[in-house]
Design a protein around this ligand. Structure first.
Ligand code: AVJ
Length: 326
């Protein structure tokens, strides 16, 4: 996909855009799937914020704890640099890092990247007020678009960070492509901070994706309303239901929307009609659960050398700070 020309919306905010080729591809395959980035329209990002506060959903609060605990140490290792966050959302957890960098430097930049314009704009405005010494510029777009854009706009040494185990949405092949792209966006000596959810018993994992308040179900179904407005589609949300299961062999949560009744769906803007069978499923997300040692080897093979690993006392979640080979 070719990145569209950038539109500067205002001083803090640049827009990159989305097309629907990936939707056509996913819905015309034998086993239907949709890319997880379509979870995050504005209502979807609000639902995700609610997920992050659920008692069953341990990743966010655990990672926030690790960041809080080690932000000063991370800032001391990397020193002042341009901070780029892929999939920043509300940037809530990031504030631990921003606070640490504001203490050590006076000319930092923070570039949050997200596909959800509403949440990005709100958080950029709030953060700019809270961190007057850090120049904040939001980039609205996908990871790929942002990385391509950033490759050609190199200003100063960087730390790119990818938190919340968003990497878990990629299968191994996509993961390799992504990490190679990350390496290309960095210069030797630059840093990469990766947050990953770790392997653990099935009951804990399944509870985290089947919460009792059914926020995750609403989040999953919201993808269809997103497609309805973005591509003038006519998905009926009452005809689909949420399912999340842990696939032990693949060490991944798989989230599906299960169709309840045979019917066609039209996506007008994509000039596409899709037939759904009763009990047919759409895979909307994989969320891989990682092993810290394996991940460190993977990163190292991409020239991203692990410097330090941070975890919580229960080993639920891990952060790996890497440096691109000199
Ligand atoms: C943002 C991809 C890390 O996989 O846990 C949360 C998304 N999906 N509940 C995850 C999600 C359902 C989340 N990531």
């Amino acid at each position: 996909m070719i990145a569209q020309p950038l539109t500067v919306l205002d001083h803090h905010y640049q827009e990159l855009s989305i097309d629907g080729k990936d939707v056509i591809k996913g819905l015309t395959e034998k086993l239907k799937s949709l890319p997880p980035k379509y979870f995050y329209d504005d209502p979807g990002s609000q639902l995700f914020e609610k997920i992050c506060e659920l008692p069953e959903y341990y990743p966010t609060r655990t990672e926030a704890w690790i960041l809080q605990e080690y932000a000063d140490e991370i800032a001391a290792i990397t020193n002042c640099c341009e901070l780029i966050e892929l999939g920043s959302g509300s940037s809530t957890k990031t504030q631990a890092l921003l606070t640490a960098y504001q203490k050590i430097a006076n000319s930092c930049r923070y570039l949050p990247v997200d596909v959800s314009g509403g949440i990005l704009k709100t958080s950029v405005l709030q953060l700019q007020e809270k961190y007057p010494d850090i120049a904040i510029h939001g980039l609205l777009g996908t990871y790929e678009q942002a990385l391509v854009h950033l490759e050609s706009n190199y200003l100063q040494s960087r730390m790119l960070f990818f938190l919340g185990s968003s990497l878990g949405n990629f299968n191994q092949e996509e993961c390799d492509i992504f990490l190679n792209q990350v390496s290309r966006t960095l210069q030797p000596g630059d840093y990469f901070l990766l947050g990953i959810d770790l392997q653990k018993p099935q009951d804990i994992l399944e509870a985290a994706y089947n919460d009792s308040q059914e926020v995750t179900a609403a989040f999953n179904l919201n993808m269809l309303s997103h497609l309805n407005w973005r591509f003038q589609a006519d998905f009926n949300l009452d005809l689909f239901s949420h399912q999340a299961i842990y696939n032990q062999e693949q060490s991944q949560i798989e989230m599906y929307l299960i169709c309840q009744k045979t019917h066609p769906v039209h996506l007008k803007k994509l000039d596409l009609t899709v037939n759904f069978q009763a009990s047919e499923s759409i895979l909307t997300e994989i969320s891989r659960k990682f092993n810290l040692e394996t991940m460190q080897k993977d990163l190292e093979s991409k020239g991203l050398n692990p410097l330090k690993v941070f975890t919580d006392p229960e080993n639920l979640f891990g952060l790996i700070l890497c440096q691109l080979s000199l």
